[in-house]
Write a protein that binds this ligand. Structure first.
Ligand SMILES: Cc1cc2nc3c(=O)[nH]c(=O)nc-3n(C[C@H](O)[C@H](O)[C@H](O)COP(=O)(O)OP(=O)(O)OC[C@H]3O[C@@H](n4cnc5c(N)ncnc54)[C@H](O)[C@@H]3O)c2cc1C
Length: 210
């Protein structure tokens, strides 16, 4: 990033020193964001479809825009491998103040009852799915019997460091669905390891230019 920022001077550093650290901070804090678009990160993500749908909305400088449709995902038209499902261990009450949000968890016994009900629902769907396949129905239609929101899918997400940091800003926030917050925390850990200098600045100044 700092070499990109210094391109106008034709200067390139081969080791990262204190001046680079100061420049990196300056760039982010003053909203000079273009250098942060150069590093690209690629993730292989496995998550429930409801999380994948939310993830897919992060289009700017992710490699899955209309121009570069590079979101590559498992297809249940092609595979009939045993699907897997997300069964929440803890169930949450609807928020009284925010229509889209959840609030406190149910007590463990109630959570366990709802998890059992969901498991039974999945089993019923799976039984119909297998029956349809056995009857010669195409996988692309048989999958209609699989509960969609909680079904795991796997895809590749490629995005610039800037786009990933924007994703983290929105999806680590308490307003985001709890499930995607967990993924965002995992991504944050990877970013912190790969870009420790940037991460140190971003932790202090989550938004560029502030
Ligand atoms: C809590 C929460 C609830 C949500 N609920 C819904 C929902 O109910 N329904 C739904 O459809 N989506 C919903 N979303 C998704 C949301 O609308 C965004 O699509 C998603 O968060 C990606 O954010 P973004 O557009 O800022 O990101 P990016 O696509 O990465 O865009 C980054 C930034 O680029 C700028 N930008 C983007 N496009 C343009 C453009 N064409 N011209 C100029 N500048 C541009 C904007 O400043 C934007 O913030 C929700 C997101 C969150 C976090």
């Amino acid at each position: 990033m700092v070499n990109a920022a210094r391109a106008s001077y034709g200067v390139r550093h081969t080791t990262f020193d204190e001046r680079d650290r100061r420049l990196l901070r300056y760039l982010w804090v003053h909203g000079h964001t273009s250098p942060f678009y150069h590093p690209k990160l690629q993730f292989e993500v496995s998550a429930p479809l409801m999380v994948a749908r939310q993830w897919w909305k992060h289009v700017v400088d992710s490699a899955h825009t209309m121009e570069t449709p590079a979101w590559n995902e498992l297809s249940r038209r092609y595979t009939v491998a045993e699907p897997t499902f997300y069964i929440p261990a803890e169930w949450r009450r609807a928020s009284a103040t925010n229509k889209q949000a959840s609030a406190e968890p149910l007590d463990p016994a109630a959570s366990s009852r709802w998890a059992d009900r969901l498991r039974a629902h999945v089993e019923a769907g799976l039984a119909l799915y297998r029956e349809a396949l056995a009857d010669g129905i195409a996988a692309e239609q048989a999958r209609a019997f699989l509960p969609a929101n909680i079904q795991y899918t796997t895809w590749y997400w490629t995005a610039s460091l800037y786009a990933v940091l924007h994703f983290l800003r929105l999806r680590q926030h308490a307003d985001a669905q709890v499930e995607i917050q967990a993924y965002a925390r995992a991504i944050a850990g990877i970013v912190a390891d790969a870009f420790p200098e940037t991460w140190a600045v971003v932790r202090e100044h989550p938004e560029p230019g502030r």
